[in-house]
Ligand binder design. Structure first.
Ligand SMILES: Nc1nc2c(ncn2[C@@H]2O[C@H](COP(=O)(O)OP(=O)(O)OP(=O)(O)O)[C@@H](O)[C@H]2O)c(=O)[nH]1
Ligand SMILES: [Mg+2]
Length: 1128
């Protein structure tokens, strides 16, 4: 085992066909990093004794302490088999859900992946998630079933039981693959059908797609995991062994004399061997026979473990000699049986060979990239490949060829930026000196000595100081002064003082085509860059040097400053990187925020964005301990944002600096990074900010004591709160059915708005389609503005129709008649889960583009005013009346919109203006409408004449003492929406996690106790076959989740650990404004009745945090505190 020299790696990088870019994916703790250790030790980078203990890829201190991986990191390995030599770029990824974004960054730059499954735990939630991610990226998986030793040592299975157990795991994972495959085929078929329709219309004949018609004709056998296919190996990473059945097929074909091909087909499966007849038969022909896998493979391993654990020296020796192994004396005598097992097994069935051979045989090289994957990578959003400009389409060939000629365009994808200490960069590190350099140094030292002697003779008094300095510097290994200029090229670049402890960013990237050369200039394309935009601005075949190009949004031009070979904890400098390799790039931090596409041609599209599985949900506000350190904090947060693919940083309206992270562990890591690496200051962190949503529901049918409402006697209202809060002031009309009618402060326009709860399914559909809604809004607005109506491509149109159909399907009944056609906008931010419906007769406008949207003539006339209404709706949905949180699942219906007065005013005003142009530059005080209570008073003192600002062309923005008319409309609409909500039963919605807990039977009770204390709800409980493990699926409010994982771990002594993933929003059933009103309710809850109102607690907590008014008595029934002694 030789440590690979850099030259060897550089040489291997050039042979693209023998490169494998792979990542290791699994559920948390299934042994990815341990497996990586074993593979790394086969290259001599770490010693084989330390493999599994060191967890080399977990280079962060907190990773080592917590024992979980938190980032993906790459290492290049060399593997030789037969005459072939391979370069394996291995990426270890984290399994914890909080870091699933790191998995996304890894799968994007790989061609294949190793899915690791713990033989005891089997398929877990994250296993499913990573398998899906691999599918979405079109990368091919192979399977490693790890921790087989646990079946022997912990579960004490017999080989036969172990076989059934393993078969079970394989069936489960294949069932999963099957579902993924089926949905994909069906989706493609649907797509193909629409495609063929288009083709029929356009008479283009055959298209590129050649998928066969349907599921039944599609061959999917190669997709499944099966030992006989060679894409499954069984390992115990901790004991250093692993095998695929090929290994045993080879051995036994020689031993028993059955053809290897036959054995390959029968070693896995229900076959047994008739030794006498040398025949292989189906197991059910003769009962009680063991399958080949048990008889020929598992039993051998079991008996070895048995011998070692029982310390049966004789038997061990026998096995060792029969296998022809040599065990060192130290291992043979070692008291720990694990060491012996490791020593024997890692020689007998070396894990690295089993895994790497499978990787090289079964996983594709960069040259095998499929056309399907390339097209998918190139088409962002709803684009189709055919709709890309021809220059862009031409790049597909470059992707497929993965060529290294000079003419090949360089295409690199940066999937994340990671921070490393600038001192750890190879160019800043002192490197070992070469022989020549040592000779040079020696020579210089000699010269210096001679000079010194000469000087000493000439100038005796100065000697001590000079000497002192010389002595001071040289022992530190630094170059002595004086020689600095000559030496600069060979010594580390002196790092400037302030950079001394600075973080430097390296891009985690892969070359998809062309050769990345150091010093080469390249375009950096941000995720929103559009080659169409570029081609529009820059004439075809531009000849100007790229530096002089006109600015194009989301594009920059930069130099590839440093290229690195990623070697786990180390980086090695490279001059160039051939196509198909994973690499690190330095010097991009000013150009790339998180991910980017680099290309030598600007016609390249940016790669599709990484798909992140986890939604960042846990927020905290941070501030420096010393206010003067704010700038450092801001800078640190910027760096943190760049260094983490999924963290979000924002500054709220309140001025708080907020970190949004995927979960508690992620939060902790981000805070540590901020404190220790990026900001380097003390910070204080707020309690987690828990997000809520506000909504309304149908009026409840029963009250809090389950009595039908309306039947009980109302108590003479003692408790006035509900009425006190009477939310609707005068001047606003409220109908009995909740229709709010409001006029603008200048009384020129009147709006009637009603709020209705949307059915749950509709809210869900809206949430799922937010991207589509956003693009639809953009489309409509560009249509309205009369921009060139870019053809909506067929696929988007289909999607929009489908979306509309779904809405129509759920919005049925008299109440919702025509609603879908009348949807005017979605909110907040124009894509949220609330809708604005326009039922007003005289003005019709809807979001649906094309023929469905009936844009009438008035539409254009009223467009600006309409925009104000929509803005009002957006504002209202952004923050609700309960605690200023966004709304969800609410439909606002604009029933009437009376502008007749406004029109009159406008015409008379025009006439006025024509008559006299006297009033210029209105100096009259311009009040702005600012609150619900003011409108009444202000209406009275409103001076009649309007002051017009200098007339603008067309429809002038009317301004009166209440400010511009459009502003008044916005405010009125917003207020009307809020009142409309307040007259309906309001509810809070809480963010919910789904939580998967695996626990053994004996700690189950304690898990349930913790869950119920935190308002969790168990959805499902299953026993894992063949084990005493239970899998519990539960939902838990995010608000109650802080410290949950820790508590579970503590209560169960680490035997159960939950995985929390954000899943959905759920209405909290209790009414935050509820007060007892009937006798029974008083009896039941007492007058105060706030002890059980969870919703009120949440609402008040949010209000308090936001500095809003909270109606709360601080001290109630105050009494003098009496101590016992006084009481006597
Ligand atoms: N018994 C047994 N334990 C193993 C084996 N492989 C790994 N482990 C143990 O499982 C634990 C988790 O191993 P890791 O390699 O850190 O797991 P991981 O998949 O990298 O975990 P994350 O990166 O946090 O997702 C460690 O305590 C390992 O010692 C194995 O083959 N057998
Ligand atoms: Mg790990």
């Amino acid at each position: 085992m030789v440590l690979n020299s850099l030259d060897k790696m550089i040489q291997l990088q050039k042979n693209t066909a023998n490169i494998r870019n792979i990542c290791v994916l699994a559920h948390v703790d299934h042994g990815k990093t341990t497996l990586a250790d074993c593979l790394i030790s086969s290259n001599g980078i770490i010693s084989s004794r330390l493999a599994g203990k060191l967890r080399y890829m977990d280079s962060r201190e907190d990773e080592q302490i917590r024992g979980i991986t938190m980032k993906s990191s790459a290492i290049s390995l060399h593997y030789a088999t037969g005459n072939e030599e391979y370069l394996i770029n291995l990426i270890d990824s984290p399994g914890h859900v909080d870091f699933s974004s790191e998995v996304s960054t890894a799968v994007r730059i790989c061609d294949g992946c190793i899915i690791v499954v713990d033989a005891v735990e089997g398929i877990c939630p994250q296993t499913q998630a990573v398998l899906r991610q691999a599918w979405l990226e079109n990368i091919r998986p192979v399977l490693v079933i790890n921790k087989i030793d646990r079946l022997i040592v912990e579960l004490k299975f017999t080989p036969q039981e172990a076989y059934s157990h393993l078969k079970n795991i394989l069936e489960q994972i294949n069932a999963l693959t099957g579902t993924l495959f089926t949905s994909k085929v069906l989706e493609e078929r649907a797509e193909r059908e629409t495609e063929s329709q288009v083709n029929l219309n356009s008479e283009q004949g055959e298209q590129v797609y050649d998928w066969s018609t349907g599921l039944e004709d599609t061959d999917d056998s190669h997709l499944y995991f099966s030992p006989e296919q060679g894409n499954v190996v069984f390992t115990s990473a901790i004991d250093g062994w692993g095998f695929g059945i090929e290994h045993f097929a080879k051995i036994y074909s020689q031993k028993i004399g059955i053809k290897k091909e036959v054995l390959l087909k029968t070693l896995w499966g229900d076959y047994y061997i008739n030794m006498k007849a040398k025949k292989i038969m189906k197991v059910d022909q003769a009962k009680g026979k063991k399958p080949l896998f048990v008889q020929l493979i598992l039993e051998n391993i079991w008996s070895l473990y048995d011998a070692v654990l029982k310390r049966d020296k004789e038997k061990i020796d026998k096995i060792v000699t029969s296998l022809g192994l040599k065990i060192g004396a130290r291992e043979a005598r070692h008291s720990d049986p694990k060491v012996q097992i490791n020593a024997i097994c890692s020689q007998w069935l070396p894990i690295s060979h089993a895994v790497l051979a499978m990787v090289c045989q079964k996983l594709p090289s960069p040259l095998d990239i499929t056309a399907e994957r390339v097209e998918k990578l190139m088409c962002t959003g709803s684009q189709t490949f055919d709709s890309l400009p021809p220059e862009t389409q031409a790049l597909k060939a470059a992707f497929m060829k993965c060529g290294s000629e000079d003419t090949a365009p360089v295409i690199i994808f940066v999937s994340k930026m990671f921070a490393i200490d600038a001192k750890a960069l190879p160019q800043n590190k002192p490197r070992p000196l070469t022989q020549e350099e040592i000779a040079q140094r020696r020579e210089r030292a000699r010269q210096r000595h001679a000079e010194k002697l000469a000087a000493a003779q000439a100038q005796v008094p100065l000697e001590p100081t000079q000497d002192g300095r010389a002595l001071d510097t040289s022992p530190k290994g630094e170059e002595p002064r004086g020689d600095e200029q000559q030496v600069e090229s060979m010594t580390p670049k002196p790092v400037p003082q302030e950079e001394n402890n600075q973080e430097s960013f390296v891009a985690f990237a892969r070359v998809f085509s062309g050769v990345a050369q150091r010093g080469k200039k390249i375009f950096v394309l941000g995720p929103k860059y559009s080659p169409v935009e570029f081609l529009k601005r820059v004439p075809l075949g531009f000849s100007a040097p790229p530096d002089d190009l006109p600015p194009v949004p989301h594009m920059a031009y930069c130099t590839l400053e440093n290229l690195y070979l990623l070697m786990g904890r180390e980086l090695e400098e490279l001059e160039e990187v051939p196509p198909g390799n994973v690499l690190g790039i330095g010097g991009l931090q000013d150009f790339v925020l998180k991910s980017a596409t680099l290309c030598s041609l600007p016609s390249c599209p940016p790669f599709i964005p990484l798909n992140f599985e986890a939604t960042p949900i846990v927020r905290v506000a941070v501030e420096p301990k010393h206010p003067s350190e704010m700038p450092q904090l801001v800078k640190g947060m910027k760096l943190l944002n760049q260094a983490d693919p999924c963290v979000q940083i924002l500054i709220q309206e309140t001025g708080e600096h907020v970190l949004v992270t995927a979960g508690e562990v992620h939060l902790q890591r981000c805070l540590d990074d901020l404190k220790e690496r990026f900001a380097k200051i003390h910070i204080s962190v707020s309690e987690p900010i828990i997000p809520f949503r506000e909504t309304i529901t149908k009026p409840p049918k029963v009250d809090m004591v389950n009595e039908e409402i309306g039947k009980q006697q109302k108590v003479a209202v003692i408790h006035q709160t509900k009425e006190d809060q009477s939310k609707v002031p005068e001047g606003v009309q409220v109908d009995s059915d909740g229709l709010i009618t409001m006029t603008t402060p200048n009384k020129l326009a009147m709006l009637s708005v009603r709020a209705m709860p949307l059915p749950e399914e509709v809210t869900q559909i809206l949430e799922e389609n937010s991207d589509l809604i956003r693009s639809m809004e953009q489309l409509t607005s560009s249509l309205n503005e009369g921009k060139d109506t870019q053809m909506i491509n067929q696929k988007t149109q289909e999607k929009i129709l489908e979306f509309k159909g779904k809405l129509e399907h759920h919005l049925t009944g008299r109440k919702w008649r025509n609603t879908v056609d009348q949807i005017w906008s979605f909110g907040p931010r124009k894509c949220g889960p609330n809708i604005l419906v326009n039922k007003s007769e005289d003005f019709q406008n809807s979001v649906w583009p094309g023929p469905a949207g009936k844009a009438s003539k008035e539409a254009s006339r009223y467009r600006d005013l309409g925009n104000s209404i929509v803005s009002g709706f957006q504002l209202a949905t952004l923050s609700g009346p309960m605690c200023e949180e966004p709304l969800m699942g609410v439909c606002f219906v604009l029933e009437k919109w009376d502008l007749s007065k406004f029109e009159e005013q406008e015409t008379s005003d025009k006439q006025n203006q024509e008559q006299s142009d006297l009033v210029k530059g209105g100096q009259g005080e311009v009040k702005t409408y600012s609150g619900r209570d003011e409108n009444q008073e202000q209406q009275d003192d409103c001076p009649e004449p309007f002051e017009k600002r200098t007339a603008q062309k067309g429809d002038s923005p009317l301004t009166d003492c209440y400010g511009p008319f459009s502003g008044q409309l916005i405010a009125t609409m917003k207020e009307a929406c809020r009142y409309a909500l307040q007259v309906k039963p309001q509810r809070l919605m809480a963010a919910m996690y789904t939580c998967d807990i695996m626990a053994t039977g004996d700690v189950l009770g304690r898990v349930y106790a913790v869950l119920s204390k935190r308002e969790g709800r168990v959805l499902q409980e299953e026993m894992k076959e063949g084990t005493d493990m239970f899998i519990i699926k539960a939902v838990l409010p995010v608000a109650e989740s802080f410290g949950f994982a820790d508590e579970i771990r503590k209560r169960t002594s680490g035997l159960a650990s939950p995985q929390l993933v954000f899943s959905h929003w759920e209405i909290i059933p209790s009414d935050p404004f509820w007060v007892p009103t009937t006798e029974e309710e008083y009896l039941h809850f007492g007058e105060k009745a706030d002890c059980e109102n969870q919703a009120r607690k949440y609402m008040n907590a949010v209000r308090k945090r936001k500095g809003l008014y909270v109606e709360e008595k601080i001290v109630e029934h105050a009494e003098k505190q009496r101590t016992l002694s006084k009481n006597k």
